[in-house]
Design a protein around this ligand. Structure first.
Ligand SMILES: *Cc1c(COP(=O)(O)O)cnc(C)c1O
Length: 236
């Protein structure tokens, strides 16, 4: 999906934003209900700056030790940071207060640690619950069948606010093949929302990456995480 190297980051940002608007229109959804999270793992500060100048406003980072120095560089800039990678419990303390949204809460233990550290910092951390929609053995996330029972337990944590669900589906050769996984996440979200668990706002669906964000938007994504379609292929 990424353009040739001669294409600038600015042009690619414009192309992705316009593809988001088109997919929204096709799905009969207002484009404002979909936010672009630019996935910036391994992307240099200089290239991130070009992306911000071109209109990016939310950046998603995967690794704590890579994210913290970048966040410092852009202090004061109109940018919000999301954490989208796998988060180790022992790293939670160092990121509390830095990220508007953590997309990747994948266990009760991690939720409890975030709650504890957010309480110490005197804030409420907004999170998404990561779901392993494909039930893959090696992938992080709650098993779809286990999620419904876990939500009321995590909803009790006063310094954690559950805003929705996130998934990384199994790799598929064609974007269209990912549709069933996006539908599954959406239907889980709707099931949980219908149970009206107090304090749980099931509004966000974080799904779709460079190759399949258009399909994800058709299936209800509110946050798409796009990296290589903006910054080019990652090396290393
Ligand atoms: C890298 C990454 C993305 C973006 O992937 P691309 O295929 O480069 O768009 C999205 N989500 C997560 C969790 C990632 O680690």
């Amino acid at each position: 999906m990424e353009g040739p190297d001669s294409e600038t980051i600015a042009c690619r940002v414009q192309a992705v934003l316009s593809a988001i608007r088109q997919a929204a229109e096709k799905a009969g959804r207002p484009a404002e209900t979909i936010r672009l999270v630019a996935a910036t793992k391994t992307v240099t500060v200089e290239r991130i700056r070009q992306g911000l100048d071109a209109g990016l406003s939310i950046l998603g980072e995967n690794r704590v030790q890579e994210a913290i120095p970048k966040i410092r560089v852009f202090e004061g800039a109109p940018v919000r940071w999301h954490f989208i990678g796998q988060l180790q419990r022992r790293k939670v303390r160092s990121i509390i207060g830095l990220f508007e949204l953590i997309h990747s809460v994948d266990s009760l233990e991690l939720a409890q640690e975030i709650d504890r550290r957010a309480a110490e910092a005197g804030l409420v951390q907004e999170v998404l619950l990561e779901v392993n929609v494909g039930g893959e053995a090696t992938k992080a996330g709650f098993h779809p069948d286990a999620l419904e029972a876990m939500v009321p337990v995590m909803a009790q944590l006063p310094h954690l606010r559950i805003k929705g669900l996130m998934t990384i589906p199994p790799p598929t050769p064609r974007a269209e093949d990912a549709r069933i996984y996006f539908q599954k996440l959406r239907s889980l979200r709707d099931t949980i929302a219908a149970r009206c668990v107090s304090g749980v706002v099931m509004q966000e669906l974080s799904m779709g990456m460079s190759n399949d964000y258009r399909v994800a938007i058709e299936e209800g994504a509110t946050l798409v995480r796009v990296g290589s379609a903006i910054f080019g292929a990652r090396h290393g």
